[in-house]
Design a protein around this ligand. Structure first.
Ligand SMILES: *Cc1c(COP(=O)(O)O)cnc(C)c1O
Length: 242
């Protein structure tokens, strides 16, 4: 990120980060367990702008994106409703005082009318706070890593991506996992049907994808209700039945 930032500075480029899922990882404790995850979201603060999705790991209803920008003034220059008297807002925000006054959303973004999306975000942050979200995210990571370990320990399945680099131990592989678990069945015929058969149980839902030109399946853990032991039992039952 530092190297990219330097290039952006040199050539006048805008550095945007799509942190739909990654943003919340910054709430994790700085322990060895999460070292790789922290590396993955390192240097976010160097971006010009960051997009995040509250409707993913903050578990608010859909359609609740977050756009963070260092360049509020640019937003104001582009989106200011300049000369329609009926669009005047009561506040007297100016670019110079933006650190003190909350600017009207009417003048900094593309939408004029919008739902009060900030309300559920505010409510959930106020209700759970940093500690509450850390706990939720840790449970989700523990479930994802638990699923990955089931796959590693089972000779019929293959955890993806195949480990590269010097340390290819199971622990090293597990430590890379955040909330997505990519895998396939070693048996080609089963693998072609894997997603359909898992989803047909109606106990789990996985999505299909391709890896190295072959079908693969992915678990995406994203739910505050995760109970690691209870949910792992269900995953194990379904995978063993296959
Ligand atoms: C979900 C996701 C998107 C799409 O965002 P939506 O606001 O849900 O449409 C974009 N990028 C990444 C990395 C995502 O995970």
């Amino acid at each position: 990120m530092h190297a990219i930032r330097r290039l952006c500075n040199r050539y006048g480029a805008w550095l945007h980060v799509d942190a739909a899922f990654g943003l919340l990882a910054r709430v994790l404790p700085k322990t060895k367990e999460y070292h790789n995850v922290h590396e993955g979201v390192g240097g976010l603060e160097l971006a010009d702008s960051i997009a995040g999705d509250a409707h993913k790991l903050l578990n608010v209803p859909y359609d609740c994106g977050i756009f963070l920008s260092r360049h509020l003034q640019l937003g104001t220059e582009v989106f200011q409703n300049s000369n329609a008297a009926y669009l005047n807002t009561a506040s007297t925000e100016t670019p110079e005082s933006t650190d003190r006054i909350i600017p009207s959303p009417l003048h900094i973004g593309i939408e004029n009318s919008r739902r009060f999306r900030a309300l559920p975000v505010y409510a959930t942050l106020a209700a759970y706070g940093r500690d509450g979200y850390r706990d939720m995210l840790e449970r989700q990571i523990h479930l994802a890593r638990g699923i990955a370990k089931l796959i590693l320990d089972n000779g019929e399945f293959e955890l993806l991506p195949t480990p590269a680099g010097s340390d290819t131990s199971p622990d090293a592989q597990l430590s890379q996992i955040y909330i997505i678990v990519l895998f396939r069945a070693k048996d080609g015929a089963l693998n072609n049907e894997l997603v359909r058969r898992i989803n047909a149980t109606r106990k789990l839902y996985v999505s299909g994808t391709q890896w190295d030109g072959k079908p693969a399946a992915r678990f995406a853990v994203a739910n505050w209700q995760v109970d690691v032991e209870r949910d792992l039992r269900i995953v194990e039952e379904v995978l063993l039945a296959l």
